[in-house]
Write a protein that binds this ligand. Structure first.
Ligand code: ATP
Ligand code: MG
Length: 427
């Protein structure tokens, strides 16, 4: 017969063991559930993080400027699409700044910001080969602004530095053109002014005014140079008016090209006669009308025909002036069979003050080098473009094309602007 107490204690023990088992099972289940939830959270967090990163990258890729994030060890953490393009598709992530930038001056500017934490804005003008990025296709100088600053004020929070690299080459080129223009214009004006001044000094200081004959000769020379100054100033004003892009710069009306050509030939009549040049007109319809500013088109044709005659003083030159039209464009051209323009000079001849010096004896041929610059701007102001081709000794041809749609638009604008004026007059 077992002891009642012994029986009780073994039952209790069994119950306790069973209870422990249940608790352990519950615990295991709870732990499994917990682990599953943690994994689900981790997965969600990971997905959210990836989504946020994708959105950030998309946003930064949409930036036109190159953008990079650099860590405290000067390693690139992130480079947006523009930066990748700038660095010619090289994988920048993980590289140091010194490795990424081919030009160490740019790297140094960036390193200063990384070392000191001070924001920095550096402008660098570099020849093509050493541009951050060594783009071989575009020649000349490239200008860059590197703007770097820490993301956070306290480096303990976040030592990441953001870097923006802006290509300011076109602004730099515009600035260069303006500087060149001022320098060239001053130079061109200084020469005739110095000559006039020299003659005046002679007349006054050497007391030559009593010599009527000499005074007359000196005054004539001075007048020639004053005319030259007036012409340069006039040309510069025309260029600046055309460049202003104001619609009011053009007075658009339909006019007959033939009458414009007649004016040009009349003005150049004595030169044509003296040089025994032949002028051919290649126009299917002599009543050919064109909507534009007659004043500028006369200037354009005058410059082109005058150039052909001026550059070829030897007798026997043939100059052809032509125009044609199809549904899309009106084409006007001037061609000659003279000395031509060397191919190396062709890309530059529309630049202000540019003159071909090598093959012509330019000291004898007068000019400032503004003519073609005006021609180009006048054609562009009409919504058109100009092209040149030259085979020295055979044919030099300037072809201007104005889309019919641009011609119609300018005419419609001019008529719309004229209406209120007419209204005013009848009121
Ligand atoms: P400007 O017209 O201001 O009096 P310019 O005639 O020298 O001076 P552009 O009309 O701009 O200046 O012409 C620039 C240069 O292009 C000329 O100096 C000349 O060297 C060259 N050129 C232009 N047209 C011809 C041509 N038909 N044949 C040969 N060279 C030309
Ligand atoms: Mg000229």
């Amino acid at each position: 017969m077992p002891e009642p107490f012994a029986t009780f204690s073994s039952v209790a023990a069994l119950a306790a063991i069973a209870a422990l088992g249940v608790t352990a099972l519950r615990l295991r289940r709870a732990r499994k559930k917990f682990n599953e939830e943690v994994s689900a959270w981790k997965l969600k967090l990971d997905l959210d993080l990836r989504q946020a990163k994708r959105e950030r990258d998309q946003l930064l890729d949409a930036l036109g400027d190159a953008f990079m994030l650099v860590d405290a060890n000067s390693r690139v953490l992130f480079a947006n699409k523009a930066a990748r393009t700038l660095f010619r598709g090289r994988d920048l992530t993980g590289r140091t700044v010194q490795e990424a930038f081919l030009d160490q001056r740019l790297a140094a500017a960036l390193m200063r910001c990384l070392d000191t934490g001070e924001p920095t804005v550096t402008r660098a003008v570099l020849p093509q080969q050493s541009s951050p990025l060594g783009d071989q296709e575009r020649r000349g100088m490239n200008a860059w602004v590197i703007d770097a600053a820490r993301l956070s004020d306290s480096p303990a929070d976040d030592p990441t530095t953001r870097v923006v690299i802006r290509d300011v080459t076109s602004e730099y080129q515009t600035e260069q053109i303006r500087k060149d223009f001022v320098a060239n214009a001053s130079h061109e004006l200084r020469t005739p002014l110095a000559i006039i001044n020299g003659y005046l000094e002679n007349l006054i200081d050497d007391d030559l005014l009593d010599d009527k004959e000499l005074t007359r000769r000196f005054l004539k020379v001075m007048r020639k140079h004053t005319e030259r100054i007036s012409r340069i100033v006039e040309d510069m004003l025309v260029i600046s008016r055309l460049e202003s892009g104001e619609a009011a710069a053009l007075k658009v009306k339909p006019f007959r090209i033939r009458s414009c050509v007649s004016d040009v030939l009349e003005r150049l009549e004595s030169v044509i006669h003296n040089q025994q040049a032949t002028i051919k007109i290649d126009m299917p319809d002599l009543d050919f009308t064109f909507a534009g500013d007659r004043f500028y088109w006369t200037q354009v044709l005058f410059n082109l025909v005058e150039n052909a005659l001026k550059q070829n003083p030897r007798p026997g030159l043939t100059v052809t002036i032509g125009c044609s039209r199809n549904e899309e464009v009106t084409r006007i051209w001037v061609a000659d069979d003279g000395v031509g323009i060397p191919s190396a000079d062709l890309p530059h001849i529309f630049r202000r003050f540019y003159r071909v010096e090598k093959h012509h004896s330019q000291e004898e041929i007068k000019g400032t080098g503004l003519g073609l610059s005006i021609v180009k701007r006048a054609v562009e102001a009409h919504g058109g473009g100009i092209d040149v081709s030259s085979t020295p000794g055979q044919e030099t041809r300037f072809t201007m094309e104005v889309p019919r749609e641009a011609e119609a638009r300018l005419l419609a604008e001019a008529e719309a602007n004229a209406l209120p004026e007419l209204q005013k007059m009848t009121d």
